[in-house]
Design a protein around this ligand. Sequence first.
Ligand SMILES: [Zn+2]
Length: 373
Amino acid sequence: MVDRQRLTDEFISLVKIDSLSKQERKMADALLRKLKDMGLEPYEDNTGSKIGGNAGNVICHIKGEKAEPALLLMAHMDTVVPGLSKNPIIDGDIIKTDGKTVLGGDDAAGVVVILETIKSLMEDKTPFGDIYIAFTVAEEGGLFGAASLDLSKIPADYAIILDEGGEIGTVAVKAPYYNRFAVKFIGRAAHAGLEPEKGLSAIMLASKAIADMPHFGRIDEESTSNIGTIQGGQVRNIVCETCSIEGEVRSISEEKIDRYTKEILDHFKETTEKLGGTVEIELEKMYPGFNIKETDDIINLLKKASTMSNIPLKFHATGGGSDTNIINGAGIPAVNTSVGMANVHSTTEYIRISDMEKACHFLTAIIKAAYLG
Ligand SMILES: [Zn+2]
């Protein structure tokens, strides 16, 4: 049986642990210990040293009564800032912060829902198939932990990522591809009062290029773009020599993100060169998107779980990236399911205990449905 009190205590104990991205050491140790206490054999991979963090992903294989289909259950260990010395407050059914930090329910909620669900299945001696657990590091800011997972050691057929908000039963089945770019506009410095005609202002180059960008903001229903930062110039009386911007493009469609990104960057180059300047462009294709079809097997599994648990499904497209992008990109069908986290990445973040309980029931149903086939 899912134990509400145990779930609550576990959540409180985990969010009290400082676990900023790449500083998940204490959280990883706590989870390794908890999994061992459950009689399991977790291990930690070498991601920490690869990405400059102090902990790796915590992974655990639970051998079930049936090898196929094998499920991968995932949540991330890290939190965003401000996330040190978190002080969770229980207020009836709600757990919130004292207003000074995030709560870290993103994604401690996913972690405790996985732990409580597995504990209750084991206690109840409910038969289930092979399960892999991966608690990742450094999800926030780049999905680095998931990207460095050795999936050859995790031969899962489906992945359920527990890192979403919304009513329980909400499932992200679409998410955008993500490209980020940095552009340095280069002009010529000159004294602004004595001989400005010898200069070419990089601020002017950047401004003109951005002002007639071919795609900005909401591009179409599945694509967006943004310029997030701009920096340039040293002092008022020098014609600015360099000006740098950082931007991004997202789209659910791979074809569109490639096209929009190219059109934007080509535009920066052409506009600037026409005015006599040059550009240096860095483009990074950060992670792939995904688009699960209604007819895919993993949707069938979720539908069975929905019927068994009486929790209606609510499919949606998310605009953000999560470990789900990486796992889908690596060829394992993956969805991101809600654990009820709300107002994430803010100091008003909160979560309902009843939502985490319900998420355990939904996950239990998914595991049962996979076992029953
Ligand atoms: Zn998250």
